[in-house]
Design a protein around this ligand. Structure first.
Ligand code: NAP
Length: 281
């Protein structure tokens, strides 16, 4: 599995990781097997959140990584309504308990909310000092939100921005991605398969994907992932509750598309015009 430096942190992180939203709905044994196969295949960036299954997904992740904590780049998120100074500290302790670990690698604000951002950032800094997370970052932040966050935190404190990014939703390429790139902030693509709404091979766009995949001995999803992580500094976290899907996705990390293949995908899935606001799920 290819690893790239995670923005300014320099930590080598696999370009393809493991999402976990809705994992509590899957058969538990299968979900655990999927996560463990992911680790075996090098998909060691695990993304979870206190919101997922109201904590139940963090418990599943905790069980999956038991005895393997040091292999994992473990990410969780605090809900905006819990993001006061005291609320962040409490939420982090609860996440650590459910994950059965003493530290996260990265702790994110799930989306911008009502609590003053300076309180949230002060709490994140406290957690770093306490050794409860190595790094912190944000999610669903537009350029204006990012500017405010960096003004409050200082340079090289915000490690990542996790945002919606898939072939049919490329809005971040206009402003968010270049801004993050300039500031050494890693971009993590969530819902890289459109949250299950993946282009069908019967559609004209899906046929382009399928043709490129066939020519490369790959699958359409591997091609889609390779396109999303084509720039250094971008990482993807597909969610898969089935071991076979995890194995498939791992292959996306080994595929490098040619300039011609990228241009074909760019034409089939145009990024569209810049629009106001950041798309979210
Ligand atoms: P996604 O990864 O775009 O798509 C997941 C769907 O694709 C599932 O139905 C999964 O099926 C299927 N799938 C995965 N690999 C497949 C394969 N190789 N072949 C066929 N089907 C495959 O959706 P997502 O869960 O919305 O996004 C990924 C992760 O991003 C989330 O789990 C979460 O960790 C994160 N996220 C963050 C935010 C945020 O606000 N920060 C928002 C949304 C998501 P199975 O499960 O049956 O394998």
């Amino acid at each position: 599995m290819v690893r790239h430096p995670f923005g300014w942190t320099g930590v080598p992180v696999p370009v393809i990781g493991l999402g976990t939203w809705n994992l509590e709905r899957a058969d538990r044994a299968e979900a655990l097997a999927a996560l463990r196969q992911g680790l075996d295949a090098g998909l060691t960036h695990i993304d979870t959140a206190e919101m997922y299954g109201r904590g139940r997904v963090e418990e599943i992740v905790g069980e999956a990584i038991a005895g393997r904590r040091d292999e994992v780049f473990l990410v969780s998120k605090v809900l905006p309504q819990n993001a006061s100074f005291a609320g962040v500290l409490r939420a982090c302790d609860a996440s650590l308990r459910r994950l059965e670990t003493d530290r996260l690698d990265l702790y994110l604000l799930h989306w911008p909310g009502q609590h003053p951002l300076e309180q949230t950032i002060a709490a994140f800094e406290q957690l770093v000092r306490d050794g409860k997370t190595r790094f912190y970052g944000v999610s669903n932040f537009d350029v204006a939100d990012l500017e405010r966050a960096v003004a409050l935190a200082g340079a090289e404190r915000i490690a990542c921005n996790q945002v919606l990014y898939h072939l049919e939703e490329r809005a971040i390429e206009h402003a968010v991605l270049p801004w993050c790139d300039r500031h050494g902030i890693a971009v993590v693509a969530y819902s890289p398969f459109g949250s299950g709404d993946f282009p069908s091979a019967r559609s004209p766009r899906g046929r382009v994907l399928a043709e490129i995949a066939e020519a490369r001995g790959a699958t359409p999803r591997q091609v889609a992932l390779a396109f999303l992580v084509r720039r250094a500094g971008v990482f993807a976290i597909p969610k898969a509750a089935r071991p076979a899907h995890v194995r498939d996705n791992a292959g996306g990390g080994a595929l490098t598309l040619s300039a011609e293949e990228e241009a074909r995908l760019d034409r089939a899935f145009p990024r569209g015009r810049p629009r106001r606001g950041l798309p979210t799920l």
